[in-house]
Design a protein around this ligand. Structure first.
Ligand SMILES: [Zn+2]
Length: 500
């Protein structure tokens, strides 16, 4: 009996909802938006009152702003209702809607009771998260791109999405058949793809559904079912061990350069779709507002963006799977992607230098999504028994000669070839960097177990009585790879290979 590890992983399905179900899904997404906006409204209001209090204190206590902030906090701050308090309020509101609808079926605005409350609560929790992301980013405590002040979600602008949590007492999310997913209150929705893999894992008793997130992308609806799954503890295969370490330089010119000398090109289809998108955009600009033609063009644009995203996702997944299955150790650089993208634009007072050249650069950085590649490597190395090493982002991997260690004093962004003045090595700039990354990885402890800290899609325990069960009972996941939290992924799990 091989040792097993418990991992959270997602099964993503494309849905084929009937028309009535389509409407129900849209209503649920609307309810999640409503929950988000309700919660955000409370937070924004609390913040406004706090700022007023601070302004008043600078005047009344004759202190500067920092002093006033400290004083207000010392006096207990301002009272902003907690999420739990708002959850209780929601319960009362739902009961009120139900009563009104019972006494008058035509009652206007009585709809809350028709929605599974988990969907609304998940929306509220998202607002809390957006708020704290903004706050920590504002204070400079958060890595990555600056997070803006949370905006209210508007229908049509915000993404249509909602989440439902599995209730252990009343399990509402389940696969009715391999082709039908049952959602509480909404019913059985036909799957566009087969749910056989998930169905079998559940039947074997080694997968437990945790939650489902439903979202619309273009004209399609998707369901991402998050399960807690037992998997044989993976270890590198003989082939992976023989291959050893691969260094990966996530790049600009190509998606990635490998220490083997291979350059993985950027996805090519992108440009073709981009041309069609540009064409559709031009047609859209000429079309009349409110016309049927305009509506058709908007729909076409949505489909094209969706196609493009799918293609990019396929490319990224293929690469990360190949890396995680092909080598025992995968080394990447801890790129500060947000910084690389942001720095080009500069500010109004200090515009960035060479903005035009860098805009092109930033665009290709965004195309290949190094952050996403890194995130996928994080959990896929866990799946496939390889290890991920993350090399210090300040190591001069581009400027150092991978053959003799000589460090070039200056290397322009335009120099695509690395030439060593010391030993005469001539090598593609990124392959040279990849080799250095591979060499440095030996000194770096492997990554793992902290995927949560980097913002993987970790579902949070629902607030309030309902559904709190599974989270409380099983507070923490076992296994050395417990942090491997996959996102919706079209890729297969490493089942067969490790099956006992
Ligand atoms: Zn050299």
């Amino acid at each position: 009996m091989p040792a097993t590890v418990e991992v959270l992983r997602a099964y993503r399905f494309c849905l084929d909802p009937a028309e009535a179900q389509r409407q129900a899904l849209a209503r649920y997404a609307g309810a999640a938006r409503w929950g988000f906006n309700q919660r955000l409204g409370v937070l924004v209001d609390g913040h406004r009152r706090y700022l007023q209090e601070v302004a008043w204190t600078t005047y009344s206590d004759d202190v500067d702003e920092a002093g006033a902030r400290a004083l207000v906090k010392a006096r207990g701050g301002v009272d902003t209702p907690s999420l739990a308090a708002q959850s209780r309020e929601l319960t009362a509101l739902i009961a009120d809607h139900r009563d009104r609808a019972a006494s008058d079926p035509e009652a206007e605005g009585a709809w809350l009771h028709t929605i599974n409350r988990h969907a609304i609560m998940a929306g509220m929790r998202n607002a809390d998260r957006a708020w704290s992301n903004w706050q920590s980013s504002h204070r400079g405590e958060r890595a990555g791109a600056r997070v803006g002040y949370p905006r209210f979600k508007k229908k049509g602008r915000a993404r249509d999405t909602f989440s439902l949590f599995h209730d252990v007492k009343r399990p509402g999310i389940r696969l009715a058949t391999y082709r039908r997913l049952r959602l509480p209150n909404i019913g059985e929705i036909r799957l566009h793809d087969s749910g056989k893999r998930l169905g079998r894992a559940i039947a074997r008793g080694d997968a437990l559904i945790q939650s489902v997130t439903v979202s619309r992308s273009g004209h399609r609806w998707y369901a991402s079912v998050l399960v807690k799954q037992q998997q044989p503890e993976p270890g590198p295969t003989r082939r992976q061990r023989a291959a050893g370490t691969v260094g990966v330089d996530l790049g600009v010119k190509a998606t990635a350069a490998l220490s083997t000398g291979e350059l993985v090109p950027n996805p090519r289809v992108k440009r073709q779709v981009a041309a069609r998108i540009a064409k559709t955009n031009r047609a859209l600009a000429r079309s009349k507002k409110g016309s049927n033609r305009r509506r058709r063009l908007v729909a076409r644009l949505g489909r094209l963006h969706h196609l493009e995203a799918l293609e990019r996702a396929r490319h990224t997944h293929a690469l990360t799977k190949r890396l995680a299955t092909g080598w025992a150790d995968v080394a990447v650089e801890d790129l500060h992607v947000a910084g690389m993208v942001r720095s080009a634009r500069g500010t109004v007072d200090a515009p960035g230098r060479g903005v035009r050249a860098k805009t092109g650069l930033s665009r290709s950085i965004l195309d290949v999504e190094p952050g996403e590649i890194r995130r996928q490597l994080d959990y896929k190395t866990g799946w496939y028994g390889s290890r991920l090493h993350v090399v210090d982002r300040w190591a001069p991997t581009s400027k150092t000669c991978s053959a003799c260690g000589w460090v070039k004093p200056k290397l322009g962004l335009g120099e695509r070839t690395f030439q060593c003045d010391e030993c005469g090595l001539v090598l593609d700039r990124d392959v040279n960097a990849a080799r250095n990354i591979a060499a440095l990885s030996a000194a770096v402890p492997t990554e793992g177990g902290d995927a949560k800290a980097r913002g993987g899609p970790v579902p949070e325990p629902p607030v309030g009585g309902h559904g709190a069960g599974p989270w409380k009972r099983e507070g923490h996941l076992g296994g050395h790879r417990s942090g491997a939290i996959p996102n919706p992924s079209p890729n297969a799990p490493p089942r067969g290979k490790h099956a006992a």
